[in-house]
Design a protein around this ligand. Sequence first.
Ligand code: B16
Ligand code: MG
Length: 225
Amino acid sequence: MTQFPKAFIFDLDGVITDTAELHYEAWKKLADQLGITIDREFNEQLKGISRMESLELILAQDPKLKDMSQDDKERYATQKNNHYKDLLKTINPTDILPGIKDLLEAIKNNNIKIGLGSASKNAPAVLEQLELTNYFDYLVDAGKVSKGKPDPETFTTAAEGLEVAFEDCVGIEDATAGIEALNKANMFSVGVGSKDQLSEADYIVDSTTGLNFDKIVKRYGEWKQ
Ligand code: B16
Ligand code: MG
């Protein structure tokens, strides 16, 4: 008999939609202002980590900025976020990555719960813009998570909010840190992206088009045995 998971927990950026490009644009503007050059390759490191951690990585590019006061850091982080929020106004349901809507529908049709485990404090606003809020039974408040990915706290908080045991959850992630967090939480980890980067995932698909409900459930059932 097929074993069904009791919840699916989604990462946001890189899984449901690609806000990475907008984060990049906003960080680049700030970096330029500080006289630091960042490119898309550098931006890969910023995926899945928090706003302040991202700022620290950017400041570390220039030794002269290493003694910046906490107040200034907060000010720059707020400035980046305000620019990012302006850019977010341009997104709409056509920005949902391919295959995601069908997967959400299939999960709902099987009466399985859906949670969001994103590091982004802007996640609720992004779901609203994409008109996806109604699919979700629980959104993790990134502002209340004390240890970000690769710590499992984001995902364990989602499972607790959904009232589902960790091993009954499937988590979907595009970042190495996210897969590590899911594995530490003892959840079935689905990686979206390259095999090199996500080799620790329990199941890997190349892109969101590969996220088929039946295939994920089958692999989950094998993992659960
Ligand atoms: P915010 P995810 C993450 O989203 C992004 O990948 C990362 O680049 C960003 O710094 C982080 O959210 C925090 O976002 O500044 O909006 O709070 O991949 O965990 O959905
Ligand atoms: Mg992500």
